[in-house]
Design a protein around this ligand. Structure first.
Ligand SMILES: [Fe+2]
Length: 185
């Protein structure tokens, strides 16, 4: 009902001054809103990923949802960093505030060895981790120009517990996957 072809003016206050923008119609031309007031479901195919040709962006750059006590990051297919000096894999780190759960949905998971589609990893807070040795070597030698992966990460402020179903399919040796060959305990 508010739509019309009359002249409307918008006044914009900035640094104590007012600018006027004149429209030949009512710019409040939203017809309506269907569905929820916020996005609750997002198709990864609709995400246009951030990337830098010189720097491997930290996971937080891929945050899709922020909630009270947790964040969700979505990793989607994207170009590999092209600068010769760029680090092309995630840096080694430990997250002292959040438990990290990663679900590997589809593709090739360039920073992991022996991780297949459908797997989930849990890195409890404070646990140092990063690229697996083989993956690190591959990143330094592989001329791949595209990361074809889809993964979803949930980082939680509160400690997670492993449920029975997950414990039943646990890969107990995962924790050793960063060890140098011959140093398995
Ligand atoms: Fe991490």
């Amino acid at each position: 009902a508010q739509q019309d072809e009359n002249t409307w003016q918008i006044r914009i206050k900035r640094r104590g001054h007012i600018s006027t923008v004149t429209y030949p119609y009512n710019p409040l031309d939203v017809v309506g809103w269907h569905g929820d007031n916020t996005v609750v479901r997002l198709n990864w195919r609709d995400i246009r990923p951030l990337m830098s040709h010189r720097y491997h962006l930290p996971p937080s750059a891929h945050t899709t949802f922020v909630a009270n006590g947790f964040v969700i990051c979505t990793f989607t297919p994207r170009p590999v960093e092209s600068d010769p000096g760029a680090l092309k894999v995630p840096f080694y780190h430990n997250n002292d505030d959040y438990d990290e759960v990663l679900f590997y949905h589809r593709g090739n998971f360039f920073s992991r060895d022996n991780i297949e589609q459908g797997m989930v990893t849990l890195h409890p807070c404070g646990f140092p981790h990063g690229p697996h040795p083989k993956a690190l070597k591959k990143a330094q030698t592989d001329p791949a120009t595209f990361i074809d992966e889809v993964a979803v990460m949930i980082d939680t402020r509160r400690a997670l517990e492993v449920g029975e179903a997950a414990a039943g399919v646990d890969v107990p040796d995962y924790v050793n996957s960063w060890r140098a060959p011959g140093k398995e305990s």
